[in-house]
Each structure stands twice: as C-alpha cells, then as structure tokens.
Design a protein around this ligand. Structure first.
Ligand code: CTP
Ligand code: CA
Length: 225
C-alpha cells in the first residue's frame, strides 16, 4: 500500500486544531477561565504538520509558542473561537477540537471595573456559550473528519459516547484525569478513543506528543480509501 509508505500521509490536507482555554470577560480587568495549558492541542498541531498537513491552530491564551509552519489564530473568548472555527471549517478536512471552551459566559460585560460593594456577596449572571463542536458537527460533510475531546469525572464512557453522537463526531478522545500524570497541565496524558462503531481503545499513559501520534493514526485510518 503506497499510502502507508508515504511518510507525509496528510500532505495536501487542511487541518484545524483548537487549543487552550477561553477567557470570558467579567469587566475590563477580570475574566472566567480554566486551567487548560494548551499542550495537547499544540502537540496535535506539531504532529499534523509532521504528517504533511496544512495546519491552522486556533488558540485561546496559553504560554506556548505555536509550532513553526502552523498558521496561528489567537482568540480569547468562546465567541471568538466559534467565529474563527466557522470561517475555517468549510475548507478543512480534519478538525480536532481540543480547546477547553467555557460552557458559560457573563450575560453582560461591565464597561468599568466592578467596585467592591457593601454587600457580602456578588452574583454574576451567566449565559450558555454556543457549543462550537456541536455546531461544526451539524455542518459536517461526508469527507470531513471531526474529533472531539471529553473530560469527565464520573460515568466517563457513557458521557463520552453521548457527546460523540450528540456532536456528530467521527471519534471522541476521553481524557482520563483520575490517573496521576494525566490531564491539563502535565506533559503526559492517558486517553481512550471511542468511535461511532462502539470500538473502545484504551492507551497507556504517555507523552502528549505520542498521544497526538495515536490520535493522528486513527485519523489517517479514517481517511484511507
Ligand atoms: N466544546 C465546544 N464548545 C463548547 C463546549 C465544549 O466545542 N462550548 C467541545 C470541547 O472542545 C470538547 C467537547 O466539546 O472537544 C466536549 O467538551 P466537554 O466540556 O467535555 O463537554 P460539554 O459538551 O461541554 O459537556 P460538560 O462540560 O457538561 O461535560
Ligand atoms: Ca464543558
């Protein structure tokens, strides 16, 4: 098989990777964020580049340097990430949504810094963000591969399978956060890949770049004629 011998099996294919957290503004100096480091998404972008793909990395705020050769679009909020993804998606063959997108955003952003008041409490009203992955899933065409991540603390597989179908994904990468060394900040990760046929493949704890290789191998399999 010629395809297998090629060490750039994704040459000519456009890939979109999202990475990092989103920051949802409360006022000019404050936001709601999360602890995503962006490392998994940046590792995926680097691996896709090595496999020959034409990579765009849409990234929330991180401390990482984008891999050389990737187009980099810096975004802050979930709304900005949605707009960037919607613009790129129609031209994209491979989309991997590894960003930790905020589920809620403040209903209004104060235009001045919120002053400490006399009251003991402060309530900030939140509203749901758009589900970027589900929106892309609705627009997905046959030749497109769409991959999501799931972070769960209980009933992991059931929740991941539900997201896989609800968001119309080709497969979902379940992040195991119970095990030491896996998850947000570290350099290693432990994943399980669940696909539409119900196949469940659990991988060992390994460096994020090797995790990226496992995910990309699955994508290459899906794209094979
Ligand atoms: N995701 C997204 N847009 C959102 C929220 C999540 O695109 N507004 C994507 C994430 O990037 C991830 C997948 O959806 O690839 C699953 O995210 P996760 O937070 O695990 O699931 P949710 O559907 O947000 O459900 P919950 O947080 O309640 O588990
Ligand atoms: Ca969520």
């Amino acid at each position: 098989n010629e395809y297998f011998d090629d060490n750039r099996p994704l040459a000519g294919k456009k890939a979109l990777v999202t990475a990092g957290p989103t920051y949802e503004a409360i006022d000019p100096v404050r936001f709601i964020g999360n602890h995503s480091s962006g490392k998994m998404g940046y590792a995926l972008a680097a691996e896709l580049l090595q496999l020959g793909a034409d990579v765009t990395l849409v990234s929330g705020p991180t401390h990482l340097v984008p891999p050389a050769g990737a187009a980099h679009i810096a975004v802050t909020s979930a709304g900005e990430m949605l707009d960037a993804c919607l613009a790129l998606f129609p031209q994209t063959t491979i989309t991997i949504m590894s960003a930790a997108v905020a589920d809620y955003t403040p209903k209004t952003v104060a235009d001045k810094k919120i002053k400490k008041g006399e009251e003991e409490g402060l309530t900030i009203e939140l509203t749901k963000t758009a589900d970027i992955l589900a929106t892309l899933g609705q627009r997905k065409q046959n030749e497109q591969v769409l991959v999501g991540f799931a972070l769960e603390t209980h009933d992991e597989q059931a929740h991941a399978v539900d997201k896989l179908h609800r968001k119309n994904l080709d497969f979902i990468v379940l992040n195991t956060i119970r095990d030491e060394g896996a998850g947000f900040a570290g350099d290693t990760n432990k994943i399980t890949i669940i696909d539409r046929n119900g196949s469940v493949e659990a991988f060992d704890l390994k460096p994020k770049r090797d995790v990226a290789r496992d995910i990309c191998s699955r994508i290459i399999q899906l794209l094979e004629p």
